[in-house]
Design a protein around this ligand. Sequence first.
Ligand SMILES: *[C@@H]1O[C@H](CO)[C@@H](O)[C@H](O)[C@H]1NC(C)=O
Ligand SMILES: *[C@@H]1O[C@H](CO)[C@@H](O)[C@H](O)[C@H]1NC(C)=O
Ligand SMILES: *[C@@H]1O[C@H](CO)[C@@H](O)[C@H](O)[C@H]1NC(C)=O
Ligand SMILES: *[C@@H]1O[C@H](CO)[C@@H](O)[C@H](O)[C@H]1NC(C)=O
Ligand SMILES: *[C@@H]1O[C@H](CO)[C@@H](O)[C@H](O)[C@H]1NC(C)=O
Ligand SMILES: *[C@@H]1O[C@H](CO)[C@@H](O)[C@H](O)[C@H]1NC(C)=O
Length: 459
Amino acid sequence: MAGAHHGLGMLLALLLPAAPTSLTGTTIRINSAALSYVSDVGKAPLQQALKVMVPPFLDQSGDVHLPIRIQILDVHVPHLDLKFIAGFGIHLMATANFTIKVFCIPEALELMMPVALTADARVAQGPIRTPVVSISSCSSNFSPASVLGDNNSTSPELLILVQKHIRAILSNKLCLYISNLVQGLNVHLGTLIGLSPVGPESQIRYSMVGEPIITGEYIALDVNADLFLLGQPITLTLDATPFVLPWPVGTRGTMATMGLSQQLFDCILLLLQKAGALNLDVTGELNSDDNPLNTSAMGQLIPEVTRQFPKPMPIVLKVHLGATPVVTFHTNNATLRLQPFVEVLAASSNSAFQSLFSLEVEVNLSLQLSVSKVKLRGTTSVLGDIRLAVAASNVGFIDVEQVHALVGTLFKKPLLAHLNALLGMGIALPSVVNLNYINPEVFVYEGYVVVSSGLFYQR
Ligand SMILES: *[C@@H]1O[C@H](CO)[C@@H](O)[C@H](O)[C@H]1NC(C)=O
Ligand SMILES: *[C@@H]1O[C@H](CO)[C@@H](O)[C@H](O)[C@H]1NC(C)=O
Ligand SMILES: *[C@@H]1O[C@H](CO)[C@@H](O)[C@H](O)[C@H]1NC(C)=O
Ligand SMILES: *[C@@H]1O[C@H](CO)[C@@H](O)[C@H](O)[C@H]1NC(C)=O
Ligand SMILES: *[C@@H]1O[C@H](CO)[C@@H](O)[C@H](O)[C@H]1NC(C)=O
Ligand SMILES: *[C@@H]1O[C@H](CO)[C@@H](O)[C@H](O)[C@H]1NC(C)=O
């Protein structure tokens, strides 16, 4: 089983394109509240994992050696406690009650055998840069069994031998089965490096950048976001200052705290810009009252437009983001600054487009961030005024003040709709399959964003 998982890891590593070396400063802190949650949801899989097969007991005391069949009917785990071991990993303490049926002759009997399990698990960075948990020590401590019900007709000598047999089998197998359970968990944790779409043709993948930091209160993973455009990794030149997430930060007592540095946002915006996802066309329609994007309306402001287009023609605004948007985080305040280049074109009679003029635009947006499921979503609204400057003109002199009202308003609504649709799809946050963030809260600090959240594992 362990071999198969190793093989899967190798396969994943081979399939993944080489990772760029840029660091995007993201820290995930799993707090002790998360361990309590894992203790709760982990009881059922642990119970399942401990359903060991016990071979028959060969009673060699009498003259006739009859095998006595033994079956584990049920395993109940009333306690599972996990706690951090600073600089190492996680300590596990569990009690399991085994209900065991012994098919003695003439009558079968049921035993209840409580077992205390303890294990230390190291948490480290694995070969494919995902967290790997491994059991470093494990022991089981058996308490004497008690006979359930009143079928206590079996000889005490035989009962002692049967118990010895069961203990010998269980003490060999329980730790092995716990290791297998942890191997399954590792495969699950390996899904951290799954690719998630960011926008059209672009993807993000998170992976660990080093060994986890483990204290008595949390385990912190520094992760890097690798970004891909059309399947190719994009390399970014970033400020090399390492991102350090303060402690404590965010909501106290939550299961997970994630620190997302400014660099991560810069990278995502750069990716969206390179992918062309931020560009848009605003198209005018003729005979539309609420859309004055036509040459006759434009001609009122710029007479040369009417001269070139005596017949009304629709106008198109081609919004192109040449420069990467800049996001700025101040306490409780996230802003996004866009500097789009807007080309104003008119449809000419032969259905081609002719450039009228172009504008350099600057607009500040306020950015509201929220988290749903495992995605960070954004909504924007315009902050202050839109600044316009004429970059080039094929229609002579342009009074910026005059076109401001027309172009500014026409461009604002579609731009916001476009950005909000794109940012509303959300950027995948680091996660593993079937794990969702619940009741998340987003905090904006000087230069970084913090997401405090509960975790919910969907089976
Ligand atoms: C399991 O064993 C413990 C210790 O003997 C005992 O206190 C507890 O009641 C048992 N639980 C069940 C469900 O039998
Ligand atoms: C106890 O013995 C009776 C009679 O032999 C049998 O029917 C019953 O299944 C036994 N109970 C258990 C728990 O083994
Ligand atoms: C069976 O019953 C006897 C006498 O009542 C008692 O001494 C013994 O401990 C019991 N065995 C078990 C395993 O409960
Ligand atoms: C051009 O836009 C104006 C202002 O919205 C509108 O009144 C007019 O009908 C439009 N002209 C045509 C031909 O669509
Ligand atoms: C947020 O920052 C922007 C730009 O610096 C500023 O205009 C705005 O007033 C700030 N808002 C708050 C609530 O501080
Ligand atoms: C946008 O914000 C920046 C920084 O606060 C400021 O320098 C710039 O003038 C603003 N631009 C517009 C168009 O409001």
